[in-house]
Ligand binder design. Structure first.
Ligand code: ZN
Ligand code: ZN
Length: 72
C-alpha cells in the first residue's frame, strides 16, 4: 500500500529556485509516493514538514525533503 503526498519543497509545482531547477525531491512531478499509510508517518522535526532547512536554501537531509518520517 502507498499514498501520495504533495511535494513540500516545490509545493507541488515541480520547480524550485524560482523555476530555475526541477525539484530533486519529486523529480518535477509535484508529489511524492510514500510507502504504507499516512498514519505510519510523523512530521519531520528539522524542517517542520516542508522539506526545507536553512531558509529554503537546502533540502532537509533528515527526511530527504518529503517532510515525513516513519513513526518510531
Ligand atoms: Zn517537488
Ligand atoms: Zn525534514
Amino acid at each position: 500500500m502507498s499514498f501520495q503526498k504533495t511535494c513540500g519543497p516545490c509545493s507541488g509545482d515541480g520547480w524550485i529556485e524560482n523555476r530555475h531547477d526541477t525539484c530533486p525531491v519529486c523529480n518535477g512531478v509535484g508529489y511524492i509516493v510514500m510507502a504504507g499509510d499516512s498514519d505510519d508517518y510523523v512530521r519531520c522535526g528539522p524542517c517542520s514538514g516542508d522539506g526545507w532547512i536553512d531558509n529554503r536554501h537546502d533540502i532537509c537531509g533528515t527526511c530527504g525533503g518529503c517532510g515525513k518520517l516513519e513513526s518510531p
